[in-house]
Ligand binder design. Sequence first.
Ligand SMILES: Cc1cc2nc3c(=O)[nH]c(=O)nc-3n(C[C@H](O)[C@H](O)[C@H](O)COP(=O)(O)O)c2cc1C
Length: 141
Amino acid sequence: MPLNCLVYASLATQKFTDDQLLSLLKKARDNNERLDITGMLLYRDGFFMQVLEGDLDDIEELFDVIADDSRHSDIIVVYKKPIKQRSFAKWTMGFNKIDDKNIESIKGFTQFLKNPTPEFFKQNASEAEALLDQFKHQLLF
Ligand SMILES: Cc1cc2nc3c(=O)[nH]c(=O)nc-3n(C[C@H](O)[C@H](O)[C@H](O)COP(=O)(O)O)c2cc1C
């Protein structure tokens, strides 16, 4: 099956605490390992962006489950495309939380990330890709 990458953005229906994020990640990592899915989840004050990498069928099936999750809404696919290799091969789901402390170090996105929206990234898919790229080497846990 062809290797593909799906990126979406969404809004949390309620702000997540660190404990809630950790428990979401634990479940995600257990499932993703079984499915050979890798990727990254970014969280900023109620805004999510996630990369899912794997076989096309597997990421589409998982995305359907995730999209059905009532903990977030306004889910927008930013892009879905075939890839030659994984960008997050080592991560069953890498994670980073963008907060006020590290926001200033994020090149070019400072203004936008103060109030991110899924629509912005849908219209600016290449900016989404650039933002995700910046986090590739600085995942938190
Ligand atoms: C923002 C967000 C990202 C998620 N990412 C994943 C993921 O990468 N993998 C996964 O299995 N579940 C993920 N989930 C959880 C799923 O929606 C769902 O609760 C879970 O897959 C159910 O797993 P279970 O059937 O083993 O209980 C995510 C949920 C949210 C809200």
